[in-house]
Design a protein around this ligand. Structure first.
Ligand code: FAD
Length: 312
């Protein structure tokens, strides 16, 4: 457990909500994981900066949490500061000429609805992706090769040094489900996107098609974090895992989905260790049969930050 005393004076001074030993499982779609030492829900940039600076002074790790739909927290939790941006970081502004400014805490779903209403297309690659705009940017989310990174003009961040910065498109390295070049402790505050005028009917039909495909191929009503492994170049991780006989395979409270073999379902009582062990069994099986080493797509967070898959 971390020392809460340095944080107590902030509780009275700030409008931001500050809680201690908060169960992270309540903030993720997997619904597993231990407690965060401190969870802050800032509503003001100045307060966010104060929180990040104090964590830095105390040598504590910082993690930004969006909708928790791509995260697996360790059973022993996170011994640092978890930041969950408040609703004042969820604004959406039309700048004209197809450019829009979106706060990182905006839900992807609300952004899609807003863009449809304004007849602006280009975000349909996020149809059905749960979570927030910040999470989508950090993970270059999308469907297949159609990812959100392609339509970003500028990114607004609070660097790990507590300084606000604007990064231009040319300074950003979006790659397979990752945004490189950002410190893991940087907070994405928002982004400017470049959209195209498009009739409502066309946007709606693209979204409907994507959602229907998702309903047919993914276990949407269950506790998961989406695809567990990245697709190897030109191949489908789900198909490979299925060919290795893992569909429906169970380890403890974790099960490989019968609908999509790249989804792991957390059943009642599942732990992070169950999910990691199942991931390791799949990796070994795939490596033995195909000589391929699958890379995790989900972010695995240990007590001091993101780790590889080898935590179990
Ligand atoms: C049923 C289901 C289907 C899915 N389908 C897809 C899909 O088709 N395509 C796809 O790409 N993903 C998919 N996902 C995975 C996930 O929804 C996406 O990766 C999503 O964009 C994550 O957003 P989030 O807000 O939940 O991020 P979180 O899970 O909260 O965080 C993910 C990462 O982003 C970082 N992060 C979040 N916000 C910020 C911020 N403001 N500043 C800095 N870092 C930040 C976190 O620290 C973490 O490292 C699916 C998940 C589920 C459960």
């Amino acid at each position: 457990m971390i020392d809460h005393r340095p944080w107590l004076p902030l509780q009275g001074q700030m409008s931001s909500r500050l809680d201690f030993e908060v169960l992270l499982r309540d903030f993720t779609t997997f619904r597993v994981g231990g407690a965060a030492g401190i969870m802050a829900r800032p509503e003001k940039s100045g307060e966010l900066r104060t929180l990040v600076n104090l964590a830095r002074e105390l040598g504590l790790p910082v993690l930004v949490l969006g909708g928790g739909s791509n995260l697996l927290f360790s059973d022993s939790g996170f011994a640092g500061l978890v930041i969950k941006l408040g609703r004042s970081f969820a604004t959406i502004e039309n700048l004209g000429g197809g450019r829009i400014l979106v706060g990182a805490a905006a839900a992807v779903l609300e952004l899609l609805a807003w863009a449809w209403e304004k007849e602006l297309g280009g975000l349909e690659c996020l149809a059905g992706v749960p979570g927030t705009v910040g999470g989508a940017l950090a993970g270059n989310s999308g469907i297949g090769g159609q990812t959100v990174g392609r339509i970003v003009n500028r990114l607004f961040i609070l660097g790990e040094d507590g300084e606000a910065k604007v990064l231009k498109e040319t300074e950003l390295k979006f790659s397979s489900r990752r945004l490189f070049g950002l410190s893991p402790e940087a907070v994405i505050l928002g982004a400017e996107f470049n959209l195209k005028p498009r009739p409502k009917i066309e946007i709606r039909s693209n979204i409907t098609e994507a959602l229907e495909r998702r309903h047919q191929t993914q276990p949407l009503g269950e506790r998961s974090a989406g695809c567990v492994f990245k697709n190897p170049p030109g191949q489908s991780a789900g198909r490979i895992i299925e060919e290795c006989g893992f569909k429906g395979y169970v380890y403890g409270g974790a099960r490989v989905s019968e609908i999509h073999a790249n989804f792991i379902i957390a059943r009642a009582g599942a732990t992070c260790a169950d999910i990691l062990t199942l991931m390791e069994l799949i990796r070994r099986g795939v490596s033995e049969k195909y000589g391929l080493l699958l890379e995790p797509e989900i972010r695995i967070i240990g007590p001091t930050g993101e780790v590889g898959h080898e935590m179990a």
